[in-house]
Structures are given as C-alpha cells and as structure tokens.
Design a protein around this ligand. Sequence first.
Ligand code: FAD
Length: 459
Amino acid sequence: MTHGISEVVERGMCVGCGSCAVRTSGAIPVTIGRLGVYEASLAGATSGQIAIASKVCPFSDDAKNETVLGDERYPDLDHDTRVGRYLDIFAGRVTDDARVLGSSSGGLTSFLLEELLRDGHVDGVVHVGRGENSELFEYVVSTTVEELASSRKSAYYSTTIADAVSQIRGDGRRYAVVGIPCFIKAFRLIADQMPDLETQFTFYVGLVCGHLKSQFFAESLGWQADVPPDSLARMDFRRKNPNRSSSDYDYEVESHAGERRVRPTSSAVDGKWGYGAFQPEACNFCDDIFAEAADVAFADAWLPEYMDDWRGMNVVVTRDRVVQGIFEAGTARAEIEVERLGVEDAADSQGGNFRHRRVGLAVRLADDIRAGLSVPSKRVEPGYAGVTRRRRALIRQRRAMSRLSLERFDVARRASDISLYIRPMKRAIVQYRVLDALSRGVLSTIRRLLKPLGTKRSV
Ligand SMILES: Cc1cc2nc3c(=O)[nH]c(=O)nc-3n(C[C@H](O)[C@H](O)[C@H](O)COP(=O)(O)OP(=O)(O)OC[C@H]3O[C@@H](n4cnc5c(N)ncnc54)[C@H](O)[C@@H]3O)c2cc1C
C-alpha cells in the first residue's frame, strides 16, 4: 500500500511543514499539536484535496524523493549517496569576529543571504526568525539586511511555512527560502506543483539537520534555568563560550520580567543531541542530512581540526553557480575565509547523524514493517543486516526516549511540575548510557583489561 499523506498524519509522522496547507489554500490546516509540534489535520478535506496535498508532503510516497529533486535541478553535478549532488565542499567562516559571534556556526548562511539580497538576486528571504505572537520563533519574511541580521542563529523549534508563503504568494517578488532538509523538500515540492511559486522561489538554502525539536525543547531548557514555560519570553539556543569548544555552547533564556539566564547546554538533562529528546516522529523517517534538494547546505564543522575554535565554523556544500560565485567574491574581498574539503570530510562531520539516519532508519523501518505498520519508502533498505543486537537495542531506546520526552513533558507542563519530566527522563538516559557502552563494546574492553589482573592474582 502507498504511504500517502493520510498514513503520514495517521502515524503521527507529520512534521508540520505546511506544504499541504499551501497547496490546498488552507483546506488542510496546520496547527500546533499537543506535543509542541505543528501537524496537519485532514478532517475537513475532500479526497481530491488530500490527493494533491499528498504530492507535496515530504514524508509521502506520492511525492518525488530527494534524489529525484536533486537530479532534476543539478543534473551535471557529481553525486555522493551521503551528501547528494555537489559542486564544491569547503569549511569556512566570516572573517569579522563580531559578526561570527552573532551566528550559530561560521555565519556563512547569513553572509550568503545578505549578498543575495544586496546584489538583487532576490527581493526577500523566507526564514525562521523571532516570533511576534505567542511563539518564540516562526517563519518570517525579511526584505532588508537589518531584518536578516536580527534573525540569525539556529531555531531548534517546530514552525510552519504556511503563513509566510501565503503572505508572499502572488506579490511578483523573488525569494530565497531557508529550511532544514524536509522543509527544503516541501518548498521544492510546492514549487514543482505550483508554477507561480516556482518563479518566486529562486534560491533554496538548506541547513543540515540532526533532528528537529518540538517547541517543548525551548520550554524545557528555560524551565531548567528557572524560567517556567509561561514566563519564557526569548531563547538563544546557540551562545558561544570562549572557554569551551565550539560544540560545547551555552543557551540563554529571558523571562517576560527581563531576567536573563545563561547555562551550558550540556548541563541540561536533554541537552545532548544523541538522546533524541523532543524529536518529532517524522525525523525517525528522514534519510536526508545535507538538504539534497537545496542549492547550498550549511552545517557546523564538527571536525576535530575546527572544534577547538570556540568561534565556530561551517561546512558548506554548494550546488549552484551563483551561490558559488558569491562565496568566491567574498573570499577575494577577504570577508570570508574558506578551506577546501572533500566529500569524506563533509560526511565525517556528521558521523552520528549518518548512524541515526541510515543505520537507525533501516532498523526502525524493519521494526515497523514487522509490527504491520505503514512506512514510507526511503532510500535506505529496511533490515537488520550488519547491525548488532546491542546497537539495535540502542536505536530502539533512543526512539523510546523521544516519545517519552514529549509525553512526560506534556504531563509536567500541565501539572506545573518539571520533576514529572526530569525523573523518568533521567532513568531513560541511564538505560541509554548502559546500552551505548554495551554497543560500543566498552564492557568487553573492561573485561579484557581486568582479565590479566585476575589471572596474575590466581597464579
Ligand atoms: C533543527 C536544526 C537542526 C540542526 N542540526 C544540525 C546537525 O545535526 N549538524 C550540523 O552540522 N548542523 C545542524 N544544524 C545547522 C546549524 O545549527 C546551523 O544552522 C548552520 O551551521 C548554519 O550556521 P550559520 O552560522 O551559517 O548560520 P547563521 O548565520 O546563524 O544564520 C542562520 C540562518 O538560518 C535561519 N534559520 C535558523 N533556524 C532555522 C530553521 N529552523 N528553519 C529555517 N531557517 C532557520 C536564520 O533565520 C538565519 O537566517 C541544524 C539546524 C537546525 C535549525
């Protein structure tokens, strides 16, 4: 059976991107759900509306996959199964330290967006910035360099494109659209089906993604810094700390009363990305790390040679010649500095991501098929081949922790008692750590180390 948008919604794997709302002019509404993740509702839609929406849903089998979208737009470029099509791959950052500190990594995403705007390649940018309503972040439309600058840094937060795209549709202007891989896929799919939007979306700017977070993630970090959800006014997920490595960053939270707190992200119970806390179910079915349908993808340079530098650095994969030209011109003016990398370096910078999105995905698909559940067809074969029993247990524990975090945080927030979330989460983390050690063979290593001592004593 085809896994269409109905199965996506039924199985709770809607990421809330809003492409279905755009395609059906709102007949399929996308609203924030109980677990802090946007989700579509098909209840009032006709079968015809569901059918056209299914073609633009990034988790539906009725939609083109990332390989097809990449092949269509970049047919002449080299291809790698991990990175997708690529023109150039490099590490880099903006040279102005003040600017780089205001960005998540090397600041090259903001640099490119500013140049696209300044050079007249686009009239505006559709990206995630500070929310004006009750939400901390939302998709916004920036038309000036100043507006762009006020929305830098990563938003680990569930949002939807529906309102922003409705706002610009038909205004006769050209836009760069920014998003994590599934959102880039959503933008490309609606452009594919809606010619008016195809002419408006002129550049697709991707952010490499480990997984998205429910809005609960911001609330949890705030609460752990003594700012409960109803007092939370502002969140900065990526505050750089000169005393630590670039991957060991802080977060800063501000309450409605104006109190600010800064904490190391690693000090929060859910701060480690490997735990999968607040990860929507959709991310368990994603196999795209380098936003393969985007003209350019930006990552953090999680490579040993760059991580010691607390200021941060990007890994960049380009797929478009205009974008490439902007980086070359920026290098010639010494506004940015870059170092060529190979495709292996890019893949190495996302090691954990590939374990989750490729090895983990094969196991999750096989598990769900075995349980008689509908799954989307992915570019990864379902199965357990080459995955040890212990590794499988770790993959399942991580998935369980994502569910647990969402459910228990919902309970904690209703009861205004964070311990109802923290306690079960800590227990699950202990189990995860044991499984992690087992899967890495740590215990057998310890046993091996202890054995000669025991032997000596018995002699
Ligand atoms: C949910 C999420 C998960 C990520 N996971 C990884 C990962 O596992 N590995 C990795 O290497 N990198 C990951 N990244 C990318 C990384 O966090 C940086 O965003 C990236 O390196 C760009 O940094 P920069 O300094 O160039 O961007 P900046 O100069 O800070 O600019 C960022 C730009 O992106 C826009 N933006 C921020 N968040 C969003 C969003 N959610 N949707 C749309 N636009 C947005 C901002 O408005 C701004 O224009 C993730 C990003 C997100 C949002």
